[in-house]
Design a protein around this ligand. Structure first.
Ligand code: CS2
Length: 531
């Protein structure tokens, strides 16, 4: 090799994970056992989020590994930047599952194509959805993305909804794309695709169906009826913790070292994953996800309710509690004994509102969640968990409170939920007082919730009187009792937060903290020693 060739080699770009470099990966890295060119795209997904890449795309990759070659994905996003990074790698990326028993590395090949409204244009995306091979349209667009309102079904006043309806061939909202593509299929005699929401909120299929039908009705009654008769709307419960923040530089470097090459779009996640899907309409062909660990059930809403109130509920509560006492990550918050006890108590409390699901051991489910929350590798940021409270508090805190008030019983049976609500107010107040305190909740700021919360003294009533809060809380059957109890808990909040902070200091000093106030005590357990 000449000197100039040597110089060229030394300064050349590092090797990137790609179709032709995969063969150079160390043997312990799992990689597709199928040929990428044999994969047919059968799923079109809106919202190529980290969660999608760490969950649905992994299940589909497993299916391809099992020889079901019709289920590659085309992911559609708004912005092209992240997608073009993936393109550089032939859409290959690695998923790193970090658990307490070790780390597994998998290269995922199910993502075969991406499109963005920015670079490809909306009409091209709709055209792509007309391909009869596309049998399923999925989405992770967050609860906001549906523009659902319980009173009017669609938020007709929202500018994106209005803009979409003004030009149905160039929609802005996902529901608009689905309806435009289904219209095209109806007109051209192509059978419809099924639609599946992989977003995390109760009755996701029903809400998707209602919004699609309401939107389609604005286009034509014929289209609405055709969709109602022919399209299968799949409900799901999806679960896997995929921290959204970019992996830390250190983690990425370490990862590159392990791969022996660079992956600019890795996904770091936990070993745990769960996927429960509602039974499709008769005759509908879906990817056979049950072959790779998904569960097909006729009561998906019960699973979703259990997950949203337990895991997502405790996530929200921990996000609030942890950040209010100065923690950054969830495992850090769980290392404080008072916060961990609170998390366990929260999950038990909401357990009183959950249906019994055959074959599901709720205690075991909660224990697993505690282990998942304590996983130190996740680095899940509390700001992620506590974001968008205005959208999340109704399902995760208010709805279980509604059920507990309906059941009756003393304040102690609702103490964790009430405290979570009080912490949410304080969380908003912090953001109102300090613009540098990021709460990632644009809606709450826009509605002035942060400002009102910041002005409160020890009585939260003015906050509770805001329209947005009244709308959320009107489901609670006994509002006078709720307000009284929340006042009580809110007034004691400072002491609780101080106690949790003190707790960690005592933990370090090895002292007991006998003076710290405790939550209202539950009914005494007769098996326990008094005192
Ligand atoms: C989290 C979820 O902030 C949140 O909404 O609770 O993203 C959670 O990590 C996933 O639902 C886990 O499946």
């Amino acid at each position: 090799m000449t000197l100039s060739e040597q110089h060229k080699e030394a300064s050349s770009e590092p090797k990137i994970l790609k179709e032709d470099t995969m063969k150079d990966l160390p043997p312990h890295i799992q990689r597709p056992n199928y040929k990428l060119e044999d994969v047919k795209v059968g799923v079109l997904h809106f919202g190529p989020s980290f969660f999608f890449r760490g969950h649905l795309a992994v299940y589909l990759n497993d299916l391809l590994n099992e020889g079901h070659m019709d289920w590659g994905v085309c992911a559609v996003g708004l912005r092209s930047s992240r997608l073009s990074e993936l393109k550089k790698q032939n859409y290959l990326y690695s998923v790193i599952e970090e658990g307490k028993d070790g780390t597994e590395y998998k290269v995922i090949g199910s993502l075969r194509e991406t499109m963005s409204t920015e670079t490809d244009g909306k009409r091209a995306i709709i055209e792509r959805m007309l391909d009869p091979n596309i049998k399923l349209v999925t989405m992770t667009i967050t609860q906001f993305g549906y523009h659902y309102r319980p009173d009017t079904i669609l938020d007709w006043e929202h500018e994106d909804v209005k803009a979409s309806l003004e030009n149905i061939d160039e929609p802005t909202i996902t529901v608009g794309f689905i309806v435009a593509a289904l219209k095209g299929r109806m007109e051209r005699g192509i059978p419809p695709f099924s639609v599946m929401s992989c977003d995390n909120f109760p009755n996701n299929a029903e809400i998707l169906k209602f919004t699609v039908l309401a939107y389609a009705r604005e286009v034509s009654k014929e289209l609405r009826d055709w969709i109602a008769t022919n399209v299968s709307f799949q409900g799901t419960m999806v679960d896997r913790i995929v921290p959204s923040k970019e992996a830390t530089k250190h983690k990425r470097d370490y990862h590159h070292h392990t791969l022996g090459m660079v992956d600019i779009c890795p996904i770091f996640t936990e070993p745990f994953r769960q996927f429960v899907i509602s039974e499709p309409k008769e005759g509908v062909e879906l990817p056979p996800l049950e072959k790779v660990g998904a569960k097909i059930v006729n009561n998906v809403d019960e699973y979703e309710l259990t997950k949203i109130r337990t895991l997502n509920g405790v996530h929200m509560a921990l996000g609030l509690f942890g950040r209010l006492v100065g923690c950054g990550r969830v495992d850090e918050a769980m290392s404080k004994s008072r916060i961990k006890e609170f998390a366990q108590g929260f999950m038990e409390e909401v357990g009183q509102t959950l249906p019994e699901i055959e074959g599901m051991d709720l205690d075991r489910y909660r224990e697993d969640i505690v282990n998942r929350l304590e996983n130190p590798h996740m680095g899940d940021e509390l700001v992620r968990l506590a974001r968008d409270g205005l959208k999340k508090i109704p399902d995760r805190v208010v709805a279980p409170l509604q059920d507990l008030y309906a059941k009756g019983g003393p304040i102690e049976t609702r103490k964790h939920l009430l405290l979570s609500f009080a912490m949410w107010i304080e969380y908003l107040a912090r953001a109102g007082r300090d613009s540098g305190f990021d709460i990632s909740d644009k809606a709450a700021v826009a509605h002035g919730l942060t400002d009102v919360a910041a002005e409160l003294d020890s009585d939260p009533t003015p906050f509770l009187m805001l329209d947005e809060i009244q709308n959320i809380c009107r489901v609670i059957p006994n509002s006078v009792q709720f307000i009284d109890e929340l006042r009580e808990v809110y007034a004691a909040l400072d002491d609780h937060l101080k106690a949790a902070m003190q707790d960690s200091a005592d933990h370090i000093l090895g002292q007991d903290n006998e003076d710290a106030p405790s939550l209202p005590q539950g009914p005494k357990n007769s098996d326990r020693e008094p005192g």
